[in-house]
Design a protein around this ligand. Structure first.
Ligand code: MN
Ligand code: MN
Length: 449
């Protein structure tokens, strides 16, 4: 069912909204930067840290940051919290190339860094493009050095080299999974020698690091440094109807879920926006969706809304409902064969609902209940949201997962609802501006349902 969301909107309004999204993408190229900018936007909208409030009443706006990489916002509803919350959950980590704990070495007159890629990438896409180095280095005394090199026009950038076609006869005849290995993704970081006799290229980089950033080689061990595409988010197409950018999986849903909750004033039910880390590697760790952090946050809300007991928390979860806000595959005219046209998301077709994701016979998906799909469809219809139903590709073509299954495991009704992308997980992903706008309208309507 091909729909066209453009017929239902004022185009200037859509373009204006997406200018804000483009700024968010440019300011938030890592999960840490996303948390920083999200917290700033939350404060400006009147949200306060949860631990600064003793009692919560209807209309109050609070947030909590989890270890600088995961943030949750809530607007307290008029109904008691035990009636459940309306949750929109997205993720702010994106595929990229991380530095190894012991990264620095030299070879053939150049200083290099070893990397370990993060998430599902097609490795060849990350070679021969400019990369920025962003993250933190934590010294043994606990002090933190913020690193952000490459984002300013005057900054140097980094790159992972690729082989010239002239000498690539053997490489070009290999399978793509074998032509580029993870251990080959070493990035260039310098080529000036120091006065030392030994390791003079590596040594020169270490001297620069010591002078400019004040840390030592061993400090790399307690660092989180990410190589991400340097180019900024841009409008795409002669008509500027699309956005081309790094990190739209899943910052497109994060931004739209956030924009929605920031505008709420007095919702009936408590609205919660959860921006998770670690989705791209399985929602693991204490900043991922599988962590107890989400339940702990609800427990604190309960305690400040009139009293926490274990049973209160269970009651909140049972009565809650959730949109798992994550991107899906858009129908790509260049790769139509992997999609089944009746059950695919189309660019510009509006917000995409996936009843299930998964692979190999719906494996590893929560497969939302028909009753809840009907409820969400009803909410969208009542609010004139253009939406479409989809699967992620043909049966047995591949598949994927989201945070949906982990939230569903908590006894929460959960449905995947997000924005279709082209070139997902590539350094430059494509979204339709009208789908971005529909996501914002859809998530906002859901908070208020
Ligand atoms: Mn995603
Ligand atoms: Mn992804």
């Amino acid at each position: 069912m091909e729909k066209c969301a453009w017929t239902a909107v004022d185009r200037a309004t859509v373009f204006d909204f997406c200018d804000g999204y483009i700024s968010y993408l440019n300011a938030g190229k890592t999960e840490r930067l996303c948390v920083t900018i999200t917290e700033e936007m939350a404060k400006n909208a009147g949200f306060v840290p949860l631990d600064t409030v003793d009692n919560l009443t209807a209309g109050m706006k609070v947030y909590q940051v989890n270890r600088a990489k995961n943030i949750v916002l809530a607007v307290i509803g008029k109904e008691p919290i035990t009636a459940g919350v309306n949750l929109v959950a997205a993720h702010i980590d994106s595929p990229r190339v991380d530095l190894k704990p012991n990264p620095l070495y030299e070879d053939s007159g150049m200083a290099m860094v070893k990397t370990h890629y993060y998430g599902g990438i097609k490795k060849y896409q990350w070679t021969a493009i400019p990369l920025s180095l962003i993250g933190v280095v934590v010294r043994a005394d606990g002090s933190v050095v913020d690193i952000n090199i490459g984002e300013e026009a005057t900054d140097p950038v980094f790159t992972i080299t690729d082989l010239l076609p002239h000498l690539a006869v053997e490489q070009m005849s290999k399978k793509m999974t074998e032509a580029f290995t993870g251990e080959d993704l070493n990035a260039l970081i310098g080529s000036l020698p120091s006065d030392d006799d030994k390791d003079k290229y590596k040594d020169n980089i270490l001297t620069l690091i010591r002078e400019k950033y004040g840390f030592e080689e061993e400090d790399f061990i307690s660092a989180e440094l990410e190589l991400v595409p340097t180019f900024p988010a841009r409008s795409l197409g002669l008509d500027s109807s699309m956005i081309g950018a790094y990190g739209q999986d899943d910052r497109v849903c994060a931004y739209t879920a956030l924009a929605g909750i920031l505008e709420l004033t007095n919702p009936t039910r408590t609205a919660v926006c959860f921006l998770a880390d670690k989705e791209e590697i399985g929602s693991v760790g204490n900043t991922g969706m599988k962590s107890r952090f989400f339940e702990n946050f609800l427990a604190h809300l309960a305690s400040k809304c009139g009293g926490y007991t274990d049973l209160t928390l269970r009651e909140i979860l049972t009565n809650s409902m959730c949109l798992s806000a994550d991107v899906t595959a858009g129908m790509d005219p260049n790769y139509k064969s992997v999609c089944e046209p009746l059950n695919s998301a189309y660019m510009g077709g509006g917000l995409a609902i996936c009843k299930y994701t998964g692979a190999r016979g719906k494996s590893s998906t929560s497969d939302a209940n028909a009753e809840f799909v009907a409820k969400v469809r009803g909410i969208f219809n009542q609010n004139n949201i253009t939406w479409q139903i989809c699967e992620l590709g043909k049966v047995d073509q591949g598949g994927g997962g989201t945070v949906a299954q982990y939230i569903a495991n908590l006894d929460v009704d959960t449905l995947d609802v997000g924005v279709p992308l082209l070139s997902m997980h590539a350094p430059f992903e494509v979204a339709s501006k009208v789908d971005v706008y529909m996501a914002y309208l859809g998530y906002k309507a859901f908070y208020l349902a």
